[in-house]
Design a protein around this ligand. Structure first.
Ligand code: ARG
Length: 479
């Protein structure tokens, strides 16, 4: 068996134990990151005079070859007896450069190696997650744009409360997702330090230039404490939290839309592309996509809490418990990227049923607050106005109609101050919506402003990305 630590041992490993403690089935996902880190380490060893330049070159070329043949390496994994991805790369390197491969691990430990790999791998995933979140936000902004003045019932306590616009509802989720993007960005910024060169726990004994290694691997700086560097997994815990919260946000959207698409509400129509049927009941069209998003959020929370429990109580510095981080990462982050992609597909495949929405927004006395507000404008104190609007609501319930449809005599009796006002107009859903004309309010004009602001922000972001790409291309040409 290929082991990186055989010398001290006289006896063989128990095969079942050896298989069980391996991390290769999971950390093979870090293969590219491991090779990138090893290339930077080979260069650092050359710069430090530990490897001769031609040795460094041979190692780097062979690592590049392994990278190129990664698919083939991957297929060999099933039979590989390597303990982890680091052993696998070293074995593959040995097959290509012979004994020279044994020099690469000089001054390095798998603990600073894996800490570096993990950051490289996680950073790439977080960049993708951020892009996918942006795509989802754009889809929601488009939905808001198409429905900026469409009235739907707004709920508190799942009871009809006040009318809102469907656009405003979609933009609420855009706000949540924008905070998620901020959190992703914060995590990327906070993990921007390179552990390589920390050794097993105390720092490497070879004079490598850690500033240069950090730069080579795209980090802002080297880590500043070797003990912390090899045992720090805060970035993963943060990423798992952010992913759980994203999942919770998707779950809440799912919950809203499952209800909106129910026969009872009937506000939203799912296209056939994203709905499923029943094996028994021919009439069914089920929102399984949304239910799965809602269901999967439980698992995301589980990955976070499970990993925090793994970290709790770990003595300084590295402990093998940390190997569990790979599964937490693989189960906690890529599935959320996929869920965000699927959510985008779902958002692009729903349609509001305008007639049903409008009809629902006009029912249930959701303009009662506005009746009280009209009384306030005539000088009545709000508490009193609330009380008196309540009596009007009761009268409407007794008559089985909406407030503005009460017989004139009844209204004249209960709210004489409003005599002369056209209540059919003043309490219409359009008027009620238009009054919420404050920053953050549901008035269609404000929703359109927000839609425009978001669109502008995305245009600017994408333009800046294009410009940065062009700059990169120019730099490539210069090199
Ligand atoms: N497979 C290990 C992990 O993922 C790599 C480091 C093991 N180091 C050690 N000294 N046992 O954490």
């Amino acid at each position: 068996m290929t082991k990186l630590w055989g010398g001290r041992f006289a006896g063989e490993s128990d095969p079942r134990f050896f298989e069980w403690q391996k991390s290769l089935p999971h950390d093979v996902a870090l293969l590219a990151a491991d090779i990138t880190g090893s290339m930077a380490w080979a260069k650092a060893l050359v710069d430090a005079g530990v490897l001769k330049p031609n040795e460094g070159r041979r190692i780097t070329d062979a690592l590049a070859e392994i990278f190129e043949e990664a698919d083939e390496v991957d297929s060999k994994l099933v039979d590989s007896d390597a303990e982890d991805v680091h052993s696998l790369v070293e074995t593959e390197l040995g097959r290509r450069v012979g004994d020279l491969a044994k020099r690469l691990h000089t001054g390095r430990s798998r603990t600073d190696q894996v800490a570096t790999d993990l950051k490289l791998f996680l950073r790439e995933l977080l960049v993708v997650l951020d892009e996918r979140l942006r795509d989802l936000m754009i889809a929601l902004v488009d939905l808001a744009d198409a429905n900026s003045d469409l009235a739907i019932p707004g709920y508190t306590h799942m009871q009809r409360a006040q009318p809102i616009t469907a656009g405003h509802h979609a933009l609420a989720y855009v706000q949540m997702l924008s905070r998620d993007r901020d959190r992703v960005g914060d995590t990327i910024a906070r993990m921007d330090s390179c552990p390589l060169g920390s050794g097993a726990l105390a720092g490497t004994a070879f004079p490598v230039d850690r500033e240069e290694i950090a730069r080579d691997l795209g980090f802002a700086m080297p880590t500043r404490n070797s003990l912390d560097a090899v045992s720090d997994r805060d970035h993963l815990a943060e990423a798992l939290f952010t992913c759980s919260l994203i999942s919770v946000h998707l779950s809440r959207l799912a919950e809203d839309w499952i209800f909106f698409s129910s026969h009872e509400a009937g506000f939203l129509e799912l296209s056939d592309a994203i709905a499923t049927g029943s094996s028994l009941m021919p009439q069914k069209k089920n929102p399984d996509g949304f239910e799965l998003l809602r269901g999967k959020s439980g698992r995301a929370i589980g990955e976070l809490t499970g990993f925090l429990a793994t970290l709790k109580g770990l003595p300084m510095a590295y402990d093998r418990d940390l190997q569990e981080d790979k599964q937490a990462l693989l189960l906690g982050v890529p599935p959320i990227i996929e869920q965000v992609e699927i959510a985008t597909l779902l958002v692009r495949n729903v349609r509001y049923r305008a007639d049903r929405c409008r009809a629902a927004a006009e029912q249930g006395g959701m303009n009662a607050t506005d009746l009280a507000d009209l009384l306030v404008k005539t000088g009545v104190a709000f508490r009193t106005a609330h009380e008196r609007a309540g009596t009007v609501v009761r009268a409407a319930l007794e008559h089985g109609c909406e407030i503005q449809a009460l017989p004139r005599g009844v209204l004249a009796d209960l709210v004489p101050e409003l005599d002369g006002l056209d209540l059919t107009h003043e309490l219409s859903v359009e008027a009620v919506l238009a009054r919420r004309d404050v920053i953050g309010g549901t008035a269609p004009s404000r929703v359109r402003e927000e839609v425009d602001a978001w669109k502008q922000a995305f245009v600017e972001e994408l333009e800046a990305l294009d410009a940065a790409d062009d700059l990169d291309d120019d730099e490539d040409k210069v090199l």
